[in-house]
Design a protein around this ligand. Structure first.
Ligand code: NAD
Length: 255
């Protein structure tokens, strides 16, 4: 990415929910590519630890406390990044939460918060970042969906949000194709992160057995796919959703 012939400064990448789990894995991989990375996250302690680790790889990294469900918080943070680094080349919309319940037990808050953190956040971050990317006629947006967008028992809220991410991605890809901005999505399968570790041991074990390649994914597995979409050379790929799930999208695991 930083090896572009057209410019000398390393790309600037924003990773939402970047202080932990998959987001941190993505941020670390982009920093290793030389990117100047800005982490947006709600958790100040995790942000501090993450930025400290990233700076060992690429000193020009920063962390900003952001609630990605708030337009005001997102707009301010995007402006801060542009003020600090001059521009934004890469946006990775990764922040997400789960509140799994069967629909009869699902509260309005369970629905609203999951839609808000997983989907509305991506609308807000895309809107704010594209204002800057379009001025430069260049951008790489990678939205993190989930294999669960295909549907899941107890996941009506999460699945709807992640399906929304796929549709948002396709629409924005069309809308901004002429402006040099690509928009793609990744649908991870089961990945070993704090989110996955919140499931009880029995469910974790059950889930592992449903993966065709017989292992749980790592944040690095997801980061590889993000790096691919984020490359300058990936300019002919837009509006796509790539499964990174050990083959789990090929069958319909029921448990
Ligand atoms: P995680 O819980 O480990 O990390 C999520 C990060 O997002 C945390 O650092 C958290 O502080 C941050 N965050 C949450 N709400 C926020 C908000 N309102 N504003 C800013 N930051 C906020 O989660 P993860 O497992 O690393 O998941 C990352 C993404 O990958 C999510 O979108 C998730 O849906 C998706 N995903 C995860 C898995 C999996 O198995 N772990 C599978 C498929 C998709």
């Amino acid at each position: 990415m930083s090896s572009s012939e057209t410019k000398s400064a390393p790309d600037v990448a924003i990773v939402t929910g970047g202080a932990k789990g998959i987001g941190f894995g993505i941020a670390n991989a982009l920093a290793k590519e030389g990117c100047r990375v800005a982490l947006f996250d709600l958790d100040p302690d995790a942000l501090e630890t993450a930025v400290e680790a990233l700076r060992k790889v690429q000193p020009d990294c920063t962390g900003i406390k952001v609630d990605v469900t708030s337009a005001e918080s997102v707009d301010r943070a995007i402006d801060d990044v542009v003020e600090k680094f001059g521009r934004i080349e890469i946006l990775v919309n990764n922040a997400g939460i789960v509140k799994d319940k069967r629909i009869t037990k699902m509260s309005d808050e369970d629905w609203d918060s999951v839609i808000s953190v997983n989907l509305k956040s991506q609308f807000l971050c895309c809107r704010a970042a594209i204002r800057h990317m379009s001025a430069e006629n260049y951008g790489r947006i990678v939205n993190i969906s989930s294999r669960a967008w295909l549907g899941g028992v107890g996941q009506a809220n999460y699945s709807a949000a992640k399906g929304g991410v796929v549709s948002l991605t396709r629409s924005l890809a069309l809308e901004w194709a002429k402006a040099g901005i690509t928009v793609n999505a990744i649908a991870p399968g089961i990945v070993d992160t704090p989110l996955f570790q919140k499931f009880d041991a029995e469910l974790q074990d059950k889930l592992k057995k449903t993966v065709p390649v017989q292992r749980i994914g790592t944040p690095e597995d997801i980061a590889e796919a993000v790096k691919f979409f984020a490359k300058r050379e990936a300019s002919y790929i837009t509006g796509q959703t790539l499964y990174v799930c050990g083959g789990r999208s090929l069958s319909s695991p029921s448990f």
